[in-house]
Ligand binder design. Structure first.
Ligand SMILES: Cc1cc2nc3c(=O)[nH]c(=O)nc-3n(C[C@H](O)[C@H](O)[C@H](O)COP(=O)(O)OP(=O)(O)OC[C@H]3O[C@@H](n4cnc5c(N)ncnc54)[C@H](O)[C@@H]3O)c2cc1C
Length: 476
Protein backbone atom coordinates (compact mmCIF):
# COMPACT_ATOMS: atom_id res chain seq x y z
CA UNK A 1 0.00 0.00 0.00
CA UNK A 2 1.34 3.48 -0.82
CA UNK A 3 2.45 5.18 2.39
CA UNK A 4 1.94 8.88 1.45
CA UNK A 5 1.82 11.11 -1.58
CA UNK A 6 5.23 12.45 -2.57
CA UNK A 7 5.68 15.56 -4.67
CA UNK A 8 8.58 14.89 -7.02
CA UNK A 9 10.12 17.31 -9.49
CA UNK A 10 12.51 16.17 -12.18
CA UNK A 11 14.68 18.77 -13.85
CA UNK A 12 15.32 17.98 -17.53
CA UNK A 13 13.46 15.75 -20.02
CA UNK A 14 16.48 14.02 -21.55
CA UNK A 15 16.94 10.22 -21.37
CA UNK A 16 17.90 10.39 -17.65
CA UNK A 17 15.01 12.59 -16.53
CA UNK A 18 12.39 10.68 -18.53
CA UNK A 19 13.66 7.29 -17.50
CA UNK A 20 13.64 8.07 -13.78
CA UNK A 21 10.12 9.47 -14.15
CA UNK A 22 8.90 6.31 -15.87
CA UNK A 23 10.63 4.05 -13.31
CA UNK A 24 9.13 5.92 -10.36
CA UNK A 25 5.66 6.07 -11.87
CA UNK A 26 5.72 2.30 -12.50
CA UNK A 27 6.21 1.67 -8.79
CA UNK A 28 3.01 0.58 -7.09
CA UNK A 29 4.38 1.15 -3.58
CA UNK A 30 4.60 4.94 -4.03
CA UNK A 31 1.88 7.51 -4.54
CA UNK A 32 3.41 10.30 -6.56
CA UNK A 33 2.66 13.74 -7.83
CA UNK A 34 5.42 13.92 -10.44
CA UNK A 35 6.35 16.82 -12.70
CA UNK A 36 9.19 17.15 -15.19
CA UNK A 37 10.41 20.67 -15.90
CA UNK A 38 12.17 21.10 -19.25
CA UNK A 39 13.46 24.34 -20.75
CA UNK A 40 13.30 23.08 -24.35
CA UNK A 41 10.04 22.69 -26.32
CA UNK A 42 10.37 18.90 -26.69
CA UNK A 43 11.92 15.86 -24.96
CA UNK A 44 15.25 14.12 -25.58
CA UNK A 45 17.98 16.54 -24.49
CA UNK A 46 21.11 16.04 -26.56
CA UNK A 47 19.65 12.72 -27.71
CA UNK A 48 16.59 14.33 -29.35
CA UNK A 49 15.60 14.19 -33.03
CA UNK A 50 13.67 16.44 -35.38
CA UNK A 51 12.35 16.14 -38.91
CA UNK A 52 13.42 18.31 -41.84
CA UNK A 53 12.32 17.71 -45.45
CA UNK A 54 10.81 14.40 -44.31
CA UNK A 55 14.19 13.16 -42.97
CA UNK A 56 14.77 12.31 -39.30
CA UNK A 57 17.85 14.10 -37.94
CA UNK A 58 19.75 13.92 -34.65
CA UNK A 59 22.08 16.39 -32.98
CA UNK A 60 25.17 14.74 -34.41
CA UNK A 61 25.81 11.02 -34.70
CA UNK A 62 23.74 9.11 -32.13
CA UNK A 63 23.20 5.37 -31.90
CA UNK A 64 22.30 2.88 -29.20
CA UNK A 65 25.42 0.89 -28.44
CA UNK A 66 25.21 -2.93 -28.23
CA UNK A 67 26.69 -2.60 -24.71
CA UNK A 68 23.25 -1.35 -23.61
CA UNK A 69 22.07 -3.71 -20.82
CA UNK A 70 19.48 -6.25 -21.90
CA UNK A 71 16.71 -4.96 -19.59
CA UNK A 72 17.03 -1.42 -20.94
CA UNK A 73 17.13 -2.68 -24.52
CA UNK A 74 14.02 -4.83 -23.90
CA UNK A 75 12.16 -1.84 -22.45
CA UNK A 76 13.09 0.36 -25.41
CA UNK A 77 12.13 -2.39 -27.85
CA UNK A 78 8.74 -2.73 -26.19
CA UNK A 79 8.25 1.04 -25.96
CA UNK A 80 8.80 1.78 -29.64
CA UNK A 81 7.89 -1.60 -31.15
CA UNK A 82 8.42 -2.48 -33.95
CA UNK A 83 10.73 0.47 -34.67
CA UNK A 84 14.04 -0.51 -33.09
CA UNK A 85 16.37 -1.52 -35.90
CA UNK A 86 19.54 -3.57 -35.63
CA UNK A 87 22.00 -2.04 -38.08
CA UNK A 88 25.50 -2.75 -39.28
CA UNK A 89 28.05 -0.02 -38.55
CA UNK A 90 29.72 1.52 -41.55
CA UNK A 91 31.99 4.31 -40.32
CA UNK A 92 35.38 5.58 -41.30
CA UNK A 93 38.10 7.87 -39.99
CA UNK A 94 40.36 10.24 -41.91
CA UNK A 95 44.03 9.92 -40.94
CA UNK A 96 46.99 11.24 -42.87
CA UNK A 97 45.01 11.76 -46.05
CA UNK A 98 43.46 8.27 -46.01
CA UNK A 99 40.20 6.79 -44.85
CA UNK A 100 40.25 3.79 -42.48
CA UNK A 101 37.29 1.75 -41.33
CA UNK A 102 35.98 2.87 -37.94
CA UNK A 103 35.85 1.07 -35.54
CA UNK A 104 39.38 0.12 -36.61
CA UNK A 105 39.88 -3.32 -38.15
CA UNK A 106 43.24 -5.12 -38.27
CA UNK A 107 43.57 -5.94 -41.96
CA UNK A 108 42.20 -2.58 -43.06
CA UNK A 109 44.76 -0.76 -40.86
CA UNK A 110 47.62 -2.84 -42.24
CA UNK A 111 46.57 -2.21 -45.83
CA UNK A 112 45.66 1.46 -45.59
CA UNK A 113 47.84 3.11 -42.95
CA UNK A 114 50.97 4.74 -44.37
CA UNK A 115 53.98 2.40 -43.81
CA UNK A 116 55.77 5.22 -41.92
CA UNK A 117 52.84 5.37 -39.46
CA UNK A 118 52.97 1.59 -38.85
CA UNK A 119 56.76 1.77 -38.46
CA UNK A 120 56.30 4.59 -35.91
CA UNK A 121 53.86 2.49 -33.86
CA UNK A 122 56.22 -0.52 -33.93
CA UNK A 123 59.11 1.66 -32.79
CA UNK A 124 56.97 3.08 -29.97
CA UNK A 125 56.14 -0.47 -28.82
CA UNK A 126 59.82 -1.46 -28.82
CA UNK A 127 60.85 1.69 -26.98
CA UNK A 128 58.08 1.45 -24.37
CA UNK A 129 60.12 -0.48 -21.74
CA UNK A 130 62.83 2.21 -21.94
CA UNK A 131 60.55 5.26 -21.59
CA UNK A 132 61.11 6.95 -18.18
CA UNK A 133 58.28 6.07 -15.79
CA UNK A 134 56.32 9.19 -14.78
CA UNK A 135 53.23 9.46 -12.64
CA UNK A 136 50.45 10.26 -15.07
CA UNK A 137 48.62 13.49 -14.28
CA UNK A 138 47.27 14.58 -17.61
CA UNK A 139 45.47 13.13 -20.62
CA UNK A 140 48.74 13.55 -22.52
CA UNK A 141 50.82 11.67 -19.89
CA UNK A 142 48.43 8.73 -19.70
CA UNK A 143 48.05 8.24 -23.44
CA UNK A 144 51.73 8.76 -24.22
CA UNK A 145 52.53 6.02 -21.72
CA UNK A 146 49.91 3.65 -23.08
CA UNK A 147 50.11 4.35 -26.81
CA UNK A 148 53.38 6.11 -27.56
CA UNK A 149 53.96 9.31 -29.56
CA UNK A 150 52.87 8.16 -33.05
CA UNK A 151 49.19 7.51 -32.26
CA UNK A 152 49.04 10.39 -29.76
CA UNK A 153 50.51 13.11 -31.99
CA UNK A 154 48.66 12.06 -35.12
CA UNK A 155 45.33 11.13 -33.66
CA UNK A 156 44.42 11.62 -30.00
CA UNK A 157 46.14 14.95 -29.30
CA UNK A 158 44.68 16.89 -32.25
CA UNK A 159 41.30 15.24 -31.58
CA UNK A 160 41.42 16.26 -27.91
CA UNK A 161 42.19 19.88 -28.83
CA UNK A 162 39.34 19.90 -31.31
CA UNK A 163 36.74 18.26 -29.04
CA UNK A 164 37.61 19.86 -25.71
CA UNK A 165 39.36 23.04 -26.81
CA UNK A 166 42.50 22.82 -24.71
CA UNK A 167 46.00 21.31 -24.94
CA UNK A 168 46.15 17.61 -23.98
CA UNK A 169 48.65 18.31 -21.19
CA UNK A 170 46.10 20.61 -19.51
CA UNK A 171 43.38 17.95 -19.57
CA UNK A 172 42.97 15.69 -16.53
CA UNK A 173 43.88 12.04 -17.07
CA UNK A 174 40.34 11.11 -16.03
CA UNK A 175 39.24 12.34 -19.46
CA UNK A 176 41.38 9.61 -21.06
CA UNK A 177 39.99 6.99 -18.67
CA UNK A 178 36.37 7.91 -19.41
CA UNK A 179 36.63 8.73 -23.09
CA UNK A 180 39.37 6.55 -24.56
CA UNK A 181 38.50 2.87 -24.38
CA UNK A 182 41.65 2.02 -26.40
CA UNK A 183 44.11 3.75 -24.09
CA UNK A 184 46.94 1.24 -24.63
CA UNK A 185 48.21 -0.72 -27.62
CA UNK A 186 47.05 -3.98 -26.03
CA UNK A 187 43.52 -2.57 -25.54
CA UNK A 188 43.42 -1.42 -29.17
CA UNK A 189 44.57 -4.85 -30.39
CA UNK A 190 41.97 -6.49 -28.14
CA UNK A 191 39.21 -4.27 -29.59
CA UNK A 192 40.35 -4.85 -33.17
CA UNK A 193 40.63 -8.60 -32.67
CA UNK A 194 36.85 -8.73 -32.29
CA UNK A 195 36.74 -8.22 -36.09
CA UNK A 196 38.94 -11.25 -36.81
CA UNK A 197 37.29 -14.52 -37.94
CA UNK A 198 37.18 -16.88 -34.99
CA UNK A 199 37.22 -14.02 -32.43
CA UNK A 200 34.06 -12.32 -33.60
CA UNK A 201 31.52 -11.67 -30.85
CA UNK A 202 27.81 -11.77 -31.79
CA UNK A 203 27.25 -7.99 -31.61
CA UNK A 204 30.54 -6.75 -33.06
CA UNK A 205 30.06 -3.97 -35.58
CA UNK A 206 26.34 -3.46 -35.00
CA UNK A 207 24.21 -0.77 -33.39
CA UNK A 208 20.56 -0.24 -32.53
CA UNK A 209 18.64 2.65 -33.97
CA UNK A 210 14.98 3.72 -33.94
CA UNK A 211 13.25 4.33 -37.27
CA UNK A 212 12.41 7.92 -36.30
CA UNK A 213 15.82 8.95 -35.04
CA UNK A 214 17.41 8.45 -31.63
CA UNK A 215 14.88 10.89 -30.14
CA UNK A 216 12.07 8.39 -30.74
CA UNK A 217 13.16 6.71 -27.50
CA UNK A 218 12.69 9.87 -25.43
CA UNK A 219 9.50 10.82 -27.27
CA UNK A 220 8.01 7.41 -26.40
CA UNK A 221 9.20 7.67 -22.79
CA UNK A 222 7.57 11.11 -22.53
CA UNK A 223 4.28 9.62 -23.76
CA UNK A 224 4.57 6.85 -21.20
CA UNK A 225 5.19 9.37 -18.40
CA UNK A 226 2.03 11.29 -19.33
CA UNK A 227 0.01 8.07 -19.68
CA UNK A 228 1.08 7.08 -16.16
CA UNK A 229 -0.14 10.36 -14.70
CA UNK A 230 3.10 12.38 -14.74
CA UNK A 231 3.24 15.97 -16.02
CA UNK A 232 5.83 17.52 -18.33
CA UNK A 233 6.20 21.30 -18.46
CA UNK A 234 8.09 22.28 -21.64
CA UNK A 235 9.53 25.73 -22.40
CA UNK A 236 9.90 26.19 -18.67
CA UNK A 237 13.05 27.56 -17.11
CA UNK A 238 13.99 26.95 -13.48
CA UNK A 239 14.77 30.11 -11.55
CA UNK A 240 15.32 28.87 -7.97
CA UNK A 241 15.26 25.91 -5.64
CA UNK A 242 13.92 26.78 -2.19
CA UNK A 243 14.94 24.91 0.94
CA UNK A 244 13.58 24.71 4.45
CA UNK A 245 15.91 23.51 7.23
CA UNK A 246 18.37 22.16 4.62
CA UNK A 247 15.66 20.14 2.83
CA UNK A 248 14.18 21.05 -0.54
CA UNK A 249 10.69 22.51 -0.25
CA UNK A 250 9.79 24.00 -3.63
CA UNK A 251 11.04 25.30 -6.97
CA UNK A 252 10.37 28.54 -8.82
CA UNK A 253 10.10 28.57 -12.57
CA UNK A 254 9.38 30.88 -15.45
CA UNK A 255 6.69 29.39 -17.64
CA UNK A 256 6.18 29.59 -21.40
CA UNK A 257 4.07 32.76 -21.15
CA UNK A 258 6.61 34.54 -18.96
CA UNK A 259 4.79 34.13 -15.64
CA UNK A 260 6.59 32.86 -12.55
CA UNK A 261 5.21 29.84 -10.76
CA UNK A 262 6.09 27.91 -7.63
CA UNK A 263 5.83 24.16 -7.27
CA UNK A 264 5.99 22.34 -3.97
CA UNK A 265 8.58 19.53 -4.03
CA UNK A 266 9.75 17.10 -1.45
CA UNK A 267 12.21 15.50 -3.89
CA UNK A 268 14.14 16.98 -6.79
CA UNK A 269 16.01 14.80 -9.27
CA UNK A 270 18.15 17.16 -11.29
CA UNK A 271 19.59 16.11 -14.66
CA UNK A 272 20.49 19.71 -15.66
CA UNK A 273 24.12 20.93 -15.49
CA UNK A 274 25.39 20.53 -11.93
CA UNK A 275 26.82 24.07 -11.87
CA UNK A 276 23.35 25.42 -12.75
CA UNK A 277 21.82 23.42 -9.90
CA UNK A 278 24.30 25.10 -7.54
CA UNK A 279 23.31 28.54 -8.78
CA UNK A 280 19.61 27.70 -8.33
CA UNK A 281 20.24 27.21 -4.60
CA UNK A 282 21.09 30.94 -4.28
CA UNK A 283 24.18 30.31 -2.15
CA UNK A 284 26.53 33.15 -1.27
CA UNK A 285 28.98 34.23 -3.99
CA UNK A 286 31.78 33.22 -1.61
CA UNK A 287 30.33 29.78 -0.84
CA UNK A 288 32.96 27.17 -1.85
CA UNK A 289 30.36 25.39 -4.04
CA UNK A 290 29.57 28.62 -5.93
CA UNK A 291 33.27 29.25 -6.44
CA UNK A 292 33.88 25.63 -7.53
CA UNK A 293 30.90 25.67 -9.94
CA UNK A 294 32.48 28.59 -11.81
CA UNK A 295 35.58 26.50 -12.54
CA UNK A 296 33.68 23.76 -14.40
CA UNK A 297 33.51 24.31 -18.15
CA UNK A 298 31.75 22.52 -20.96
CA UNK A 299 32.10 22.64 -24.70
CA UNK A 300 29.28 23.66 -26.96
CA UNK A 301 28.57 22.47 -30.47
CA UNK A 302 27.23 23.75 -33.75
CA UNK A 303 25.33 21.13 -35.72
CA UNK A 304 25.65 22.28 -39.31
CA UNK A 305 23.28 20.55 -41.73
CA UNK A 306 23.58 20.43 -45.53
CA UNK A 307 20.57 19.46 -47.64
CA UNK A 308 21.60 17.90 -50.95
CA UNK A 309 19.63 17.03 -54.03
CA UNK A 310 20.49 13.30 -54.23
CA UNK A 311 19.28 9.99 -52.76
CA UNK A 312 22.45 9.42 -50.78
CA UNK A 313 25.65 11.48 -50.38
CA UNK A 314 27.98 8.67 -49.22
CA UNK A 315 27.28 5.04 -48.27
CA UNK A 316 29.05 5.64 -44.93
CA UNK A 317 27.10 6.47 -41.73
CA UNK A 318 29.75 8.45 -39.78
CA UNK A 319 33.03 10.02 -40.92
CA UNK A 320 35.48 11.00 -38.13
CA UNK A 321 37.94 13.87 -38.56
CA UNK A 322 40.45 14.08 -35.71
CA UNK A 323 42.91 16.29 -37.59
CA UNK A 324 42.97 20.02 -36.98
CA UNK A 325 42.83 21.00 -40.64
CA UNK A 326 39.12 20.12 -40.65
CA UNK A 327 36.63 22.34 -38.84
CA UNK A 328 34.30 19.46 -38.04
CA UNK A 329 35.00 16.49 -35.78
CA UNK A 330 32.44 14.17 -37.35
CA UNK A 331 29.89 14.05 -40.17
CA UNK A 332 26.82 11.82 -40.22
CA UNK A 333 24.16 11.19 -42.84
CA UNK A 334 20.73 10.69 -41.24
CA UNK A 335 19.27 8.35 -43.87
CA UNK A 336 22.17 5.92 -43.44
CA UNK A 337 21.30 5.42 -39.74
CA UNK A 338 17.78 4.09 -40.24
CA UNK A 339 18.55 2.82 -43.72
CA UNK A 340 15.58 4.52 -45.30
CA UNK A 341 15.51 5.38 -49.00
CA UNK A 342 12.74 7.94 -48.67
CA UNK A 343 12.31 10.72 -49.43
CA UNK A 344 13.92 10.07 -52.79
CA UNK A 345 16.21 12.73 -54.25
CA UNK A 346 17.06 14.35 -50.90
CA UNK A 347 19.58 13.70 -48.17
CA UNK A 348 20.90 15.72 -45.23
CA UNK A 349 24.31 15.48 -43.59
CA UNK A 350 25.23 16.86 -40.16
CA UNK A 351 28.69 18.30 -39.45
CA UNK A 352 29.60 18.49 -35.75
CA UNK A 353 31.62 21.64 -35.02
CA UNK A 354 32.87 21.82 -31.42
CA UNK A 355 33.27 25.34 -30.00
CA UNK A 356 32.69 27.44 -26.89
CA UNK A 357 29.40 29.23 -26.31
CA UNK A 358 29.77 32.77 -27.68
CA UNK A 359 33.18 32.32 -29.31
CA UNK A 360 33.77 33.41 -32.91
CA UNK A 361 32.59 30.09 -34.35
CA UNK A 362 29.45 30.05 -32.22
CA UNK A 363 28.62 33.55 -33.48
CA UNK A 364 29.43 32.79 -37.15
CA UNK A 365 26.38 32.87 -39.41
CA UNK A 366 25.37 30.02 -41.73
CA UNK A 367 26.96 31.64 -44.81
CA UNK A 368 30.35 31.95 -43.04
CA UNK A 369 30.15 28.37 -41.78
CA UNK A 370 29.09 27.14 -45.21
CA UNK A 371 32.21 28.56 -46.85
CA UNK A 372 34.49 26.83 -44.30
CA UNK A 373 32.61 23.53 -44.37
CA UNK A 374 32.47 23.32 -48.18
CA UNK A 375 36.23 23.99 -48.39
CA UNK A 376 36.96 21.27 -45.85
CA UNK A 377 34.69 18.75 -47.56
CA UNK A 378 36.54 19.41 -50.80
CA UNK A 379 39.88 18.93 -48.99
CA UNK A 380 38.63 15.64 -47.56
CA UNK A 381 37.76 14.39 -51.05
CA UNK A 382 34.01 14.28 -50.36
CA UNK A 383 32.53 17.46 -51.86
CA UNK A 384 28.92 18.39 -51.15
CA UNK A 385 27.43 18.21 -54.64
CA UNK A 386 23.90 19.38 -55.52
CA UNK A 387 23.65 21.54 -52.42
CA UNK A 388 20.14 22.95 -51.94
CA UNK A 389 20.51 24.79 -48.61
CA UNK A 390 22.19 24.76 -45.22
CA UNK A 391 20.92 25.33 -41.67
CA UNK A 392 22.34 25.00 -38.18
CA UNK A 393 21.37 24.22 -34.59
CA UNK A 394 23.45 25.03 -31.51
CA UNK A 395 23.66 23.26 -28.15
CA UNK A 396 25.59 24.19 -25.03
CA UNK A 397 26.99 21.70 -22.47
CA UNK A 398 27.69 18.93 -24.98
CA UNK A 399 31.05 17.78 -23.59
CA UNK A 400 32.33 18.35 -20.05
CA UNK A 401 35.94 19.60 -20.13
CA UNK A 402 38.09 17.96 -17.48
CA UNK A 403 40.85 20.51 -16.81
CA UNK A 404 43.54 19.23 -14.44
CA UNK A 405 42.31 19.62 -10.87
CA UNK A 406 38.58 19.49 -11.72
CA UNK A 407 37.87 16.41 -9.49
CA UNK A 408 38.59 18.50 -6.36
CA UNK A 409 36.13 21.20 -7.48
CA UNK A 410 33.49 18.64 -8.43
CA UNK A 411 33.81 17.01 -5.01
CA UNK A 412 33.21 20.35 -3.27
CA UNK A 413 30.00 20.76 -5.27
CA UNK A 414 28.82 17.19 -4.75
CA UNK A 415 29.47 17.44 -1.03
CA UNK A 416 27.46 20.69 -0.81
CA UNK A 417 24.54 19.26 -2.80
CA UNK A 418 24.49 16.11 -0.68
CA UNK A 419 23.82 18.33 2.36
CA UNK A 420 20.53 19.45 0.79
CA UNK A 421 18.05 16.77 1.73
CA UNK A 422 15.81 15.65 -1.14
CA UNK A 423 18.11 16.93 -3.91
CA UNK A 424 19.79 14.36 -6.15
CA UNK A 425 21.88 15.26 -9.20
CA UNK A 426 22.30 12.60 -11.89
CA UNK A 427 22.68 12.00 -15.64
CA UNK A 428 25.33 13.32 -17.99
CA UNK A 429 24.97 16.97 -16.93
CA UNK A 430 24.06 16.26 -13.34
CA UNK A 431 27.25 14.28 -12.70
CA UNK A 432 29.42 16.32 -15.11
CA UNK A 433 30.38 13.14 -16.87
CA UNK A 434 30.95 11.76 -20.34
CA UNK A 435 28.45 9.02 -20.94
CA UNK A 436 26.24 7.08 -23.35
CA UNK A 437 22.45 7.09 -23.37
CA UNK A 438 22.39 3.70 -21.65
CA UNK A 439 24.61 5.03 -18.84
CA UNK A 440 22.21 7.91 -18.18
CA UNK A 441 19.34 5.42 -18.13
CA UNK A 442 21.23 3.10 -15.76
CA UNK A 443 21.80 6.04 -13.40
CA UNK A 444 18.07 6.77 -13.53
CA UNK A 445 17.16 3.14 -12.77
CA UNK A 446 19.47 3.08 -9.78
CA UNK A 447 18.22 6.43 -8.48
CA UNK A 448 14.63 5.13 -8.65
CA UNK A 449 15.68 2.14 -6.53
CA UNK A 450 17.14 4.43 -3.85
CA UNK A 451 13.75 5.92 -2.99
CA UNK A 452 12.38 3.61 -0.31
CA UNK A 453 8.70 2.66 -0.08
CA UNK A 454 8.51 5.05 2.88
CA UNK A 455 9.54 7.83 0.54
CA UNK A 456 12.98 8.16 2.12
CA UNK A 457 16.28 8.43 0.30
CA UNK A 458 18.70 5.52 0.79
CA UNK A 459 21.88 7.57 0.80
CA UNK A 460 24.19 4.61 1.43
CA UNK A 461 22.88 2.70 -1.57
CA UNK A 462 23.14 5.83 -3.75
CA UNK A 463 26.78 6.30 -2.74
CA UNK A 464 27.49 2.72 -3.79
CA UNK A 465 25.84 3.35 -7.14
CA UNK A 466 27.84 6.56 -7.60
CA UNK A 467 31.02 4.49 -7.28
CA UNK A 468 29.68 2.24 -10.04
CA UNK A 469 28.91 5.28 -12.26
CA UNK A 470 32.50 6.49 -11.87
CA UNK A 471 33.60 3.32 -13.67
CA UNK A 472 31.48 3.91 -16.79
CA UNK A 473 33.54 4.32 -19.97
CA UNK A 474 32.06 5.85 -23.11
CA UNK A 475 31.47 3.45 -25.99
CA UNK A 476 32.13 4.99 -29.39
C1 LIG B 1 27.59 14.85 -30.26
C2 LIG B 1 27.15 13.74 -29.33
C3 LIG B 1 26.99 12.46 -29.82
C4 LIG B 1 26.59 11.43 -28.96
N1 LIG B 1 26.43 10.17 -29.47
C5 LIG B 1 25.99 9.18 -28.67
C6 LIG B 1 25.78 7.87 -29.20
O1 LIG B 1 26.01 7.59 -30.38
N2 LIG B 1 25.32 6.90 -28.35
C7 LIG B 1 25.06 7.16 -27.02
O2 LIG B 1 24.64 6.23 -26.32
N3 LIG B 1 25.25 8.38 -26.50
C8 LIG B 1 25.70 9.41 -27.29
N4 LIG B 1 25.88 10.66 -26.77
C9 LIG B 1 25.58 10.88 -25.35
C10 LIG B 1 24.07 11.12 -25.11
O3 LIG B 1 23.64 12.23 -25.86
C11 LIG B 1 23.85 11.36 -23.62
O4 LIG B 1 24.29 10.22 -22.92
C12 LIG B 1 22.41 11.61 -23.22
O5 LIG B 1 21.79 12.60 -23.98
C13 LIG B 1 22.40 12.02 -21.77
O6 LIG B 1 21.09 12.13 -21.31
P1 LIG B 1 20.76 13.03 -20.03
O7 LIG B 1 19.31 12.99 -19.82
O8 LIG B 1 21.65 12.63 -18.91
O9 LIG B 1 21.23 14.52 -20.43
P2 LIG B 1 20.71 15.49 -21.59
O10 LIG B 1 20.41 14.74 -22.83
O11 LIG B 1 21.72 16.57 -21.66
O12 LIG B 1 19.35 16.09 -21.02
C14 LIG B 1 19.34 17.15 -20.07
C15 LIG B 1 18.03 17.92 -20.25
O13 LIG B 1 17.98 18.98 -19.28
C16 LIG B 1 17.42 20.13 -19.91
N5 LIG B 1 17.86 21.33 -19.17
C17 LIG B 1 19.10 21.84 -19.09
N6 LIG B 1 19.09 22.95 -18.30
C18 LIG B 1 17.80 23.12 -17.88
C19 LIG B 1 17.16 24.07 -17.02
N7 LIG B 1 17.82 25.06 -16.45
N8 LIG B 1 15.83 23.93 -16.79
C20 LIG B 1 15.13 22.90 -17.36
N9 LIG B 1 15.70 21.97 -18.18
C21 LIG B 1 17.01 22.08 -18.42
C22 LIG B 1 18.00 20.07 -21.33
O14 LIG B 1 17.24 20.89 -22.23
C23 LIG B 1 17.90 18.58 -21.63
O15 LIG B 1 16.66 18.27 -22.20
C24 LIG B 1 26.33 11.70 -27.58
C25 LIG B 1 26.50 13.00 -27.10
C26 LIG B 1 26.91 14.01 -27.95
C27 LIG B 1 27.09 15.40 -27.40
Amino acid sequence: MPSRSLSITILGAGPAGLRIASRLLRRRDLELDLTIVEKHHSPGGIAASFQEEGIWLDYGSHRLHPATPRDILDDIEELIAPSLLKRKRNGRIRLQGRYLKFPLQPLDCLLRLPPSFIAGILQDILKKPFRPAKTAESFADLLLQGLGPTICRNFYFPYARKLWGCPPDEIDMEQARKRVSGSSISKIIHKMSAFLPGFRKPNTGIFYYPEQGIGQISAALAEEVIAQGGKILYNTELTAIQTNKAAVSSISMKTENGTTRELESSFIFSTIPISRTVSLLSLAETDPATVAAKTLHSRSMIFFYLLMNCDQWQPVDAHYFPEKEYLFSRISEGKNYNGTTSPAGKTIICCEIPCMENDALWRADDEQLKTRVLEDLQKAGIPAGNLLRVFSRRKTNVYPVYRIGYPKQLKIIEERLSRTEGLVSLGRQGLFTHDNIHHSMMMADRAARCLTEKGEWDRKLWEQYCEEFAGYVVED
